[in-house]
Ligand binder design. Structure first.
Ligand code: RFL
Ligand code: PHB
Length: 395
């Protein structure tokens, strides 16, 4: 397909942020092209998030990509916290006036969005190399890329940088125009996926003497487990047997007994990081999702923040193209960052509460124990956790 000469919005990155934005704009009659550096299979092969908030569910439905989620996603009304050998349930539904989260994998969300995009025949260039956003401080931005050794260029009204933490859009901005806030944690998560029934109906977040663990799931027959590991560990150091053995040690006796193990279908280590870039708008280029901010996965917020960013951005573009109003684009950065910082706070707090920080010493451990005990015995504290976990409303 020859590249168009001009398109209203060029989206860089076909992760959940880019694909969702493309679909929301399409539904409003705004044409767009997506440039993605990887192949569709590579994008689908990345196993990441598993928990969707109400706001994300609503946006997927609005984008016309919610049918599979509504058919196969699992409604979760609570989570469990395991510490000092005991499990405590947080009643998300009861504490938030009836809200819940949906357990539905990022891979599935991405596949559903890819499928509706393909069905509508919208332009997506996979394996686009050397993507370069240009002239976004002027009235007529351009984006260049290479495909199969040929150079392409398209002019546009706006560029949406949805190209993740290592993308080209943020990297193209002069350093003096950006303020970064960053915190790197001294451990990573080793994740394992297996076609085995989940150990429990609800997710279990574990604080044990041996470190954090998480029992999550993708369906009634597919489990996703995580272990806190030192940053020096390599995935090759962990056989499936070693993983299951360590997980068992971090669980309570009942869960240990119930745990069904099996061959891994994926295993990987992810470092944990908190990161925010301010602002999120640079002339006619807007950053969204992991391109602008990262949260440690403990609060299950990364994908959800990517969705709410593009919720704001699609509204802003629609306002511009349909009503000739710049109000949305002028307030995009401020509006997103307000929500982003609340999710950053929650994710940092939950990470600090649930992991082992040996270098912090025994005082920190005692404070953690006291906070966990307070959390599960105080309705006010449990409500605060529940409210943030199910997701704050979009303004
Ligand atoms: P993505 O998914 O990284 O997609 C960016 C896309 O841009 C492409 N790209 C480029 N394309 C063109 N040119 C370039 N120069 C490019 N550079 C990059 C990439 O190939 C890619 O396809 O960012 P996006 O769309 O903003 O989505 C963000 C989410 O992926 C991320 O926040 C979540 O996965 C985080 N996360 C979780 N979030 C949740 O809401 N709930 C969870 O339960 C949850 N669990 C997790 C997680 C992340 C994890 N890892 C591995 C970091 C669990 C884990 C283990
Ligand atoms: C996941 O299922 O991958 C998952 C769930 C909850 C989290 C992080 C990851 O907090």
């Amino acid at each position: 397909m020859p590249s168009p000469k001009h398109v209203p919005v060029v989206i860089v990155g076909a992760g959940p942020a880019g694909l969702l934005l493309g679909q929301l704009l399409y539904q409003a009659g705004i044409d767009n092209i997506i440039l993605e550096q990887r192949s569709p299979d590579y994008v689908l092969g990345r196993i990441r998030a598993g928990v969707l908030e109400q706001v994300s569910m609503d946006l997927l439905r609005e984008a016309g990509a919610g049918a599979n989620m509504d058919r196969h996603g699992l409604h979760h009304h609570g989570i469990e916290l395991l510490f000092a050998g005991q499990r405590h349930r947080i009643d998300l539904h009861g504490l938030t006036g009836g809200k819940y989260v949906m357990v539905y994998g990022q891979t599935e969300v991405t596949r559903d969005l890819m499928q509706v995009r393909a069905e509508e025949g919208l332009a997506t260039v996979y394996e686009a190399a050397h993507v370069q956003p240009r002239d976004y401080d002027g009235e007529q931005p351009r984006v260049r890329w290479e495909k199969d050794g040929e150079l392409h260029e398209v002019r546009c009204d706006f560029i949406a940088g949805c190209d993740g933490f290592h993308g080209a859009c943020r990297a193209s901005i002069a350093p003096e125009r950006i303020r970064h806030y960053e915190k790197v944690y001294p451990f990573g998560w080793l994740g394992l996926m297996s076609d085995t029934p989940p150990v429990s109906k609800e997710l279990i977040y574990v604080n044990s003497e041996r470190g954090f663990a998480l029992c999550s799931q993708r369906s009634l027959t597919r489990s996703r487990y995580y272990l806190q590991v030192p940053l020096s560990d390599k995935v090759e150091d962990w056989s499936d047997e070693a993983f299951w053995e360590e997980l068992r040690r971090r669980l309570d006796p009942e869960a240990r007994e119930r745990l069904v193990t099996g061959a891994s279908i994926e295993k990987s280590i992810a470092p944990l990081r908190s990161f925010v870039c301010e602002p999120m708008r640079f002339g006619r280029m807007f950053l969204a999702g992991d391109a602008a901010h990262i949260v440690p996965p403990t609060g299950a917020k990364g994908l959800n923040l990517a969705a709410s960013d593009v919720g704001y951005l699609s509204r802003a573009f629609i306002d511009y193209f349909k009503n000739k109003s710049t109000h949305g684009i002028d307030h995009y950065s401020e509006q997103c960052l307000k929500r982003v910082w609340k999710a950053e706070r929650f994710s940092w707090w939950m990470t600090s509460l649930m992991h082992n920080f040996p270098e912090e010493g025994a005082f920190h451990t005692r404070v953690q124990e006291a906070e966990l005990d307070y959390l599960v015995h105080s309705r006010a504290a449990s409500t605060s956790l529940a409210e943030n976990y199910v997701g704050l409303p979009m303004a």
